[in-house]
Design a protein around this ligand. Structure first.
Ligand code: MSP
Length: 455
């Protein structure tokens, strides 16, 4: 049927050429570099839930949209395997961290396979190529005076793996639940001169309104930069945390997990590949900077909007080589955050088995506005599957194919009917296609879907 129904004078390529002409200006040039899109890399301390699935499907949908428009795409996703959280979960499970992360990582790769998340690069932070780049970067920062050692005593959040300041205290003077167990520690550590670059960052944010999508998030970042800037502790003594990348100039310490994790975006794009003897990666100059680093709202400040651009700036990346961030909201359940303790964690595997992978992907894209939170609802996913996919799209497709077979021997030719119904249909199509392209290009996926539905 498919062969017969495609117009024989055009076919797929002509159709995408035709789409490309209608693209917003920024997306037109065929000489553009590949579209480099990344996601957050997931902690391998527990199996994936619906929030992880949403982010990766969002990235995959955008990657496919770009490919359909004829743009080459490099889509990177992966797993964040080091750090205290993982070390603790492995201890609890009675396994070595390496064995433990191997097991959990398989749940992620199996899910991406199941949901047809078609990525090009896999960023696992225990990959030797990544360890070499992180060590080379640290050495570079050390050599240019960006790192120093000092002793510090203060309150430390075991869950968030960071020292806390008074800023993090709640109105009652206590550290809130989000910090988990907070202990008092005195420790010698290595620090990164983050504070030297805060003024630069403020300027960068103000002069690059497209640095963060949706743009209103930039205010959260600027607000977080008020007050006296602090340097960033980028090491953990090996006695406390052994599951990490050792600092090349002081092997008694491993690298802070966020510093290690953020670097994945450049390692797996081929940064310092020659110096590190890394193979099988893209040519860095051809794909950097990332056109979209997709992350959830919880990891924008400070990790992605402060540490990350400052790390790159300190390494000598010019302003036009700072990647763009796309910040999505969270899926909640009946207004509450998903959590193991509440027992309300939604397993994407079960949903995919019930509603098919495409049924789940569709729901995840149609029922949330990019950048905002949404509430997961059984009723809504059942409605979207039954009413929209089966009753709407499936029924239309089924009837069209049957009628094409029955009345036109399965061969369609362009018609020149000019009655009211056909004029209205042409008009709808003529308006829906550019609306679809505009919405999709601007990350308004659910509006893009709505535009397609108008047809
Ligand atoms: N490992 C860090 C990210 C390092 S990126 C250099 C991390 N991992 S995570 O597993 O906790 O979260 C991974 C992604 O899933 C984050 O972008 C996070 O915002 C997203 N989500 C986690 N729970 C979510 C929902 N309930 N809803 C939508 N996305 C959420 O943070």
């Amino acid at each position: 049927c498919r062969r017969q129904l495609l117009p024989c004078d055009g076919g797929f390529f002509t159709q995408t050429e035709h789409l490309r002409e209608r693209l917003p200006d920024g997306m037109k040039s065929p000489s553009m570099k590949p579209f480099y899109i990344t996601t957050a890399i997931d902690y391998t301390n527990a199996p994936p839930h619906i929030g992880h699935a949403y982010e990766k499907v969002l990235a995959d949908v955008m990657a496919r949209f770009q490919r359909l428009n004829g743009r080459e795409v490099y889509f990177l996703t992966g797993v964040d395997q080091h750090g205290q959280k993982v070390q603790k979960s492995a201890e609890k499970a009675g396994q070595s961290p390496a064995e433990f992360v191997d097991g959990v990582t398989k749940h992620f790769t199996a899910l991406w396979d199941k949901l047809n998340v078609r990525f090009d690069g896999w960023a696992a932070t225990t990959d030797d190529r990544h360890k070499r780049v992180v060590r080379a970067m640290l050495q570079k920062l050390h050599d240019c005076g960006q790192l120093y050692k000092k002793s510090y005593s203060g309150f430390y959040s075991v869950r968030q793996e960071q020292f806390l300041t008074d800023k993090e205290r709640g109105p009652d003077g206590q550290y809130g639940e989000e910090w988990g167990e907070v202990v008092e520690l005195e420790e010698e550590n290595w620090y990164f001169r983050l504070s030297d670059h805060v003024e630069w960052l403020k300027g960068h944010i103000r002069s690059h309104p497209d640095f963060i999508y949706p743009p209103h998030r930039a205010n959260d970042v600027l607000n977080s930069l008020e007050g006296t800037p602090q340097d960033l502790c980028i090491s953990r003594p090996i006695e406390r945390l052994s599951w990490g990348i050792p600092l090349p100039f002081d092997e008694r310490f491993v690298n802070y997990v966020w510093f290690d994790a953020l670097s994945n975006y450049i390692t797996f794009a081929g940064y310092m590949a020659d110096e590190c003897g890394n193979e099988g990666l893209p040519k860095f100059e051809t794909i950097w900077p990332a056109d979209a680093e997709i992350i959830g709202k919880d990891i924008l400040v400070p990790a992605h909007a402060v540490y990350w651009p400052i790390m790159l700036h300190a390494l000598g990346f010019p302003d036009d080589q700072i990647p763009k961030l796309v910040v999505h909201g969270w899926w909640n359940v009946k207004g509450a955050k998903m959590s193991k303790s509440l027992g309300n964690v939604i397993d994407p595997n079960v949903l995919s088995d019930t509603f098919t992978p495409d049924g789940l992907r569709y729901y995840l894209m149609r029922d949330i506005a990019t950048g905002y939170d949404a509430d997961f609802s059984d009723e809504r996913i059942i409605m979207s599957y039954n009413k929209e996919l089966a009753g709407g799209l499936g029924n239309l497709l089924n009837r069209s194919i049957n009628m094409a077979q029955k009345y036109r021997s399965g061969v369609l030719t362009p018609g020149d009917y000019d009655d009211e119904i056909n004029q209205a249909l042409r008009q709808t199509v003529a308006e829906a296609v550019p609306a679809y392209l505009e919405k999709m290009s601007g990350w308004d996926i659910h509006e893009g879907i709505a535009a397609a539905w108008r047809i």
